[in-house]
Design a protein around this ligand. Sequence first.
Ligand SMILES: [Zn+2]
Length: 229
Amino acid sequence: MRLIALLLGALLLVGAQAWYLGWRPPAPWNPWAPLDVRQPPNLLTAWKLSRLRDDPALCRQALETSALRYRAQADSPASADCPLRNVWRVESGEARLSSSFIVSCPLAVAYALFEIHGLQPAAQRVFGQPVTQVDHLGSFACRNVYHRAQGRLSQHATANALDISGFRLKDGQRIVLARDWQAGGAKAQFLREVRDAACASFSGVLGPDYNAAHANHFHVDMGRWQVCR
Ligand SMILES: [Zn+2]
């Protein structure tokens, strides 16, 4: 134990010295380098994503490394029931969207990461072709969790969540959560791979395994709770 502590201490000292002398680790491993969506997620990604939450300029920088088509949305008046700030309208990723959606900047960045490093590789592995459209049920909704009259606000109330309901492949095949999650076969396997991959980008992922309310979609969000079910 004491030896490990000594070694760690020595390593820290050397690291601090190197840092002082101007050495920097490559960007993906430098905790202070802005997140680059093109780099595959690693151990630092969750931390880098969490830094985007309170830093719109840093988030914008990360968003600019993505292949998303997006445009700025004006902030809503502070008097709105669910005021929106620093939100973007995402019009497409590599794949088309069933419709554009409004999202917080961190969620847009996480979506871009998910699409390139999670969704498309899963489609290539299972079907040997890309996803060309992502179908969704919406992002922004001014409401509480589970539409209850009481309780905490949903992540949807700040456009910090998206409900993904299915995918279309290049050859025209459709994959629908409500139908294919239970069906077995390649489509069910694909959906499980997509769910697991989503957990590497989003902080919250809830799907059909979680409860009946999620039988027809993956709820993905960038809230402070880490959950993957
Ligand atoms: Zn949701």
